[in-house]
Design a protein around this ligand. Structure first.
Ligand code: ZN
Length: 127
């Protein structure tokens, strides 16, 4: 391999377009200002979309948990909740409470096991 080929192989690659970065500092990450702004715009858009998906999921979980509270029952089968669209892995808080695991969705708290969600209630006072 020629010296030039070896030299080119060690050149950094633009994070946006994948072209070799031929000029500038060794830690340069983009080949041009266009690539830099395209990359940052795409990153911001992905961040917004991720945040929106999480918030939508939390909002849906909240509606479902409120439904449980309004139904007068504070205990429900986890499978039934999931069938309604509940996503157990998305929560706003978690704490180990003795041998229970207490989760939160904004101001609603509940205890969740592998099969049931119970003690669903609104938090009365925040501390
Ligand atoms: Zn580029």
């Amino acid at each position: 391999m020629s010296y030039e080929k070896k030299f080119e192989r060690n050149m950094p690659v633009c994070l946006e377009c994948g072209d070799r970065i031929r000029y500038g500092r060794a830690d340069k990450r983009f080949c041009s200002d266009d690539c830099r702004s395209r990359h940052h715009y795409a990153q911001a858009r992905m961040g917004r979309s991720f945040r929106r998906r999480i918030l939508n999921t939390l909002s849906k979980n909240y509606d479902i948990l409120e439904g449980v509270i309004h139904s007068g029952s504070d205990s429900v089968d986890l499978m039934d909740l999931c069938a309604m669209g509940f996503t157990p892995s998305i929560v706003t808080s978690y704490r180990k409470c003795g041998k229970h695991e207490e989760y939160g969705c904004f101001d609603i708290k509940y205890i969740m096991t592998q099969t049931r969600v119970y003690s669903v209630s609104k938090i009365q006072n925040f501390d």
